[in-house]
Design a protein around this ligand. Structure first.
Ligand code: CDP
Ligand code: MG
Length: 140
């Protein structure tokens, strides 16, 4: 299995509850290494662009409001099969459907305030990493 990278966001519901370390610990225990990390306040423009793929979905406006409601921690994660590894430890989008031991089952408040984002493909991971990080901010 190849070592690859994925992109993660610790969402405002988690930073508000001071869960940055707790979430990161679960990522690390799942075999992922944080090779870049920064705490930012996402602008409305950034959130709109980042979630552009969902622009036609009914939850888009609220999602943009939520993602800009407080600080987030954007991260680049590295590990074997990183995209899938991260999606597995994140759990299902809706915490009610997430398996025990996943981040969303453990910490998410709702289907919207679900504590973490994770890329869903290698191609999207590369694009999302580029969206938030310059090359010299990533140290593997
Ligand atoms: O984050 P994930 O890839 O699991 O789910 P998504 O389908 O790509 O949706 C992106 C984000 O939109 C979710 O993580 C939720 O924060 C939000 N969402 C929502 O508020 N209501 C829904 N019915 C579905 C998603
Ligand atoms: Mg998604």
């Amino acid at each position: 299995m190849a070592v690859t990278r994925t992109f993660s966001i610790i969402k405002p519901d988690a930073t508000r509850r001071n869960l940055t370390g707790a979430v990161t610990k679960m990522l690390e225990e799942a075999g992922l290494r944080v090779v870049a990390s920064k705490r930012i306040q996402m602008s409305e423009d950034q959130a709109k662009k980042f979630y552009e793929v969902h622009a036609e979905r009914p939850f888009y406006g609220e999602l943009v409001d939520f993602m800009t409601s407080g600080p987030v921690v954007v991260q680049v994660l590295e590990g074997e099969d990183a995209v899938k590894r991260n999606r597995d430890v994140m759990g299902a989008t809706n915490p009610a459907d997430a398996e025990d031991g996943t981040i969303r089952k453990t910490y998410a408040e709702s289907i919207e305030a679900n504590s973490v984002h994770g890329s869903d493909s290698d191609e999207n991971a590369a694009n999302e990493i580029d969206f938030f990080f310059s090359k010299d901010e990533i140290v593997g």
